[in-house]
Design a protein around this ligand. Structure first.
Ligand code: ADP
Ligand code: ZN
Ligand code: ZN
Length: 661
């Protein structure tokens, strides 16, 4: 009796056996199938067709209809899912099913629709490559065997042009390219550029903001080989591509390539694995590579390709000036030289950007009389004051309430907003420059892709003389009139407890600095800090990523941090912290831990945000100098943890290669 081994979207580390029809064959592997489960029915994926089951035949239920509207998912799709499942300790069924668009997981899948035919267009005119670009393009074989390259290029050095040339070569030989980008919504220009360059080709976008039907249509176009270029966010890494010839990961340092819930995979790291499995080249591109990637380039695992100059000769890199705020009087957090610089830009009809990575009006509201503070009642965090709509809002759990006029504890009418966010800076700059047109750009002002496109149009249309914005503005946009970037609030990240904070700060400041002076106008960046002698600023002022990265890597090596150690983190959440910690202690005391001496466990501790949405959260860090040792330990440990008896409301998960603690 043939048996289907079926992957189901369940948090269980096994496949499910069902009796297959007599006519079933190995060719059915990769097809979707309806199967009875519990009292209902589910759609799963046939991973294998075998002659018999380990289960007694009378316990097996017959499988339902095999869905044949799609060709079978190919072996390389399963190979990648199996790798991700094993590496990230995630159930194979969950990995496989999350990789499929929602429509394909429903019992009645919608009718197949063809992808839109490509619109006819003008053949674009190509810029002549710079010598560095030409060398990078020549160094990568498309089509070719597996090779990982790190394309390190300063902002505006023409990395995208390099990708486009390589995609073109792939197209000429009938290969598909998978182009991953952190957040398509923030970079509609990239999509527009790709479409404009290859008007004769089918470009399929895959990201979470697409409507379900569009996402399924694009996924199908990729899977059937109709799409030539797949442009997607991290979830696109799993898309089956029959003609795959090249993988590009743009802005490869961006933390959003790491999924932070469900299956906690890194799409960047999976891109390397996938390219290796498929035997195709992969390029990681960034102005500020992740230190992991930089270390891989230094050790020779990745080939390093550098673009040290801007592609547009006239667009010199901006001058970076550090303002020592210990010696300067501040008004509303802004020092006089920055205000003067903004005034100059206004007089010259150029644009300024004030960068502050904190939205809202003020991070906290408090009563000086009795000490009341606007805490979130569900989290170990403060409610942020949003004056624009008179709300106090938790940026962690979304809880919100009206702003009280008086102190809720003592009735004091004189409660204060402490610190500042983008709304407050906007308001104050408006008072200071009443005639200036100011646009605030943050997640409160821009909630959808449509709004973002409108905002970009307004900025490009010269509708704003001053922009006040968060990191939304930092990513790959060309604003030709923008010649000044002022940075506020950088110090918070400089001395954060998180040892990755300097890496993120440097990347962010490089990105935002890269916005200044993209065209003929020279740019200037002014950074306010109380720590002007910090080496991070010296490297930044010299536009010297390598100096910064090398010094960070030395520190990490001395401290034994990644990439010189490999980590996994076990997190638990429960209504009571004691339950979470007791569980973590039990996990640390398992015999599997003693059996794997090359893996070290730290003490269970509360997480930095110890309470989120009424749940207390603890964590336990496991670390090893050897990745294989950690990878051998994790499945044994995970299986043993699964047998720990836990209180009903306790939830736990394991994350491999965590970015946040
Ligand atoms: P990056 O991706 O490194 O930020 P882009 O590829 O977006 O850089 O290039 C920055 C700007 O320079 C763009 O306006 C692009 O059209 C232009 N550009 C890129 N390569 C060249 C080149 N070889 N000659 C002239 N302009 C170029
Ligand atoms: Zn009070
Ligand atoms: Zn909250």
């Amino acid at each position: 009796m043939p048996v289907f081994r079926v992957a189901l979207d369940l948090p269980l580390h096994r496949l499910f056996d069902y009796l297959a029809p007599e006519t079933a064959s190995r060719d059915d592997a990769g097809l979707r199938v309806r199967v009875p489960f519990g009292r209902g029915e589910r759609v799963g994926v046939i991973v294998d067709v075998v002659a018999g089951s380990d289960w007694p035949p009378e316990q097996l239920k017959p499988a339902g209809e095999v869905l044949r509207d799609l060709p079978p998912l190919p072996p390389d799709f399963f190979a990648l899912c199996e790798f991700a499942s094993a590496y990230y300790q995630a159930p194979l069924g969950e990995v496989i099913l999350q990789a499929l668009p929602a429509g394909l997981k429903r019992r009645d899948s919608p009718k197949r629709r063809a992808a839109r035919p490509p619109p006819p267009g003008e053949p674009p005119r190509l810029p002549e490559l710079t010598a560095e670009q030409a060398a990078a393009v020549a160094a990568i074989d498309v089509p070719g065997a597996f090779a990982a390259s790190l394309l390190h290029g300063v902002t505006g050095s023409g990395k995208t042009e390099v990708y486009l040339r390589l995609i073109e070569r792939g197209l000429a030989t009938g290969r598909q390219t998978l182009l991953l980008t952190p957040e398509i919504n923030l970079t509609p220009q990239l999509e527009a550029r790709v479409r404009a360059r290859f008007p004769q080709c089918t470009v399929a976008a895959l990201h979470s903001e697409l409507a379900e039907a569009a996402r399924e249509r694009n996924w199908r176009a990729a899977f059937t080989g109709e799409a030539d270029i797949v442009l997607g966010t991290r979830l696109a890494i799993f898309t089956p591509l029959p003609r795959l010839g090249l993988i590009v990961v743009d802005e490869e340092h961006d933390p959003s390539f790491k999924q932070q819930d469900g299956i906690r995979y890194s799409a960047r790291d999976l891109a390397i694995v996938r390219a290796h499995q498929a035997g195709v080249p992969v390029i990681l591109g960034s102005a500020t590579p992740a230190l992991e990637s930089w270390a891989n380039a230094a050790s020779g695992r990745y080939r390093l390709l550098q673009l040290t100059e801007r592609a547009n000769r006239q667009a010199a890199l901006p001058a970076i000036r550090i303002l020592d705020t210990r010696r300067l009087p501040l008004r509303e957090g802004i020092a006089a030289p920055l205000l003067a610089a903004i005034s100059e830009r206004l007089a010259r009809r150029e644009q300024s950007l004030v960068f502050l990575n904190r939205r809202g009006y003020a991070p906290v509201l408090a009563c000086p009389a009795c000490g009341w503070v606007s805490h979130c009642r569900r989290c170990a965090a403060n409610l942020v004051l949003h004056l624009a709509d008179q709300r106090l809002r938790c940026h962690h759990c979304g809880f919100e309430q009206r702003v009280a006029k008086t102190c809720p504890t003592c009735g004091n009418q004189d409660i204060h907003a402490y610190g500042r966010g983008t709304q407050r800076v906007e308001e104050w700059l408006q008072d200071e420059f009443p005639a200036a047109r100011i646009l605030r750009v943050d997640r409160d002002a821009v909630k959808s892709r449509k709004q973002w496109e409108t905002m970009l149009d307004r900025i490009h249309g010269g509708e704003a003389e001053i922009l006040v914005g968060t990191q939304m503005l930092a990513k790959g946009h060309d604003f030709p009139l923008l010649t000044l970037v002022g940075v506020l609030g950088a110090d918070a990240a400089l001395h954060a407890a998180d040892w990755r904070a300097p890496e993120r700060l440097f990347a962010q400041l490089m990105q935002v600095a890269g916005r200044a002076g993209r065209a003929e106008l020279k740019g200037e960046v002014i950074i306010q800090t109380q720590f002007p002698d910090h080496p991070l600023f010296a490297a930044l002022a010299a536009h010297d990523y390598a100096a910064f990265a090398d010094s960070q890597l030395r520190e990490r090596q001395q401290a034994g941090f990644p990439p010189y150690a490999f980590q996994a983190i076990l997190r638990a959440e429960a209504p009571q912290m004691t339950d979470a910690i007791t569980f973590l202690q039990a996990a640390a005391a398992l015999p599997e831990v003693a059996r794997h001496g090359a893996v070290q466990l730290y003490d269970p501790v509360p997480m930095r945000l110890a309470r989120l949405a009424n749940l207390e959260r603890g964590q336990l860090l496991a670390e090893s100098a050897s990745r294989p040792a950690l990878q051998t330990f994790l499945p044994a440990w995970r299986a043993a943890i699964e047998s720990i008896k836990t209180p009903a409301k306790l939830r736990w998960h394991l994350e491999v290669d965590p970015l946040e603690f």
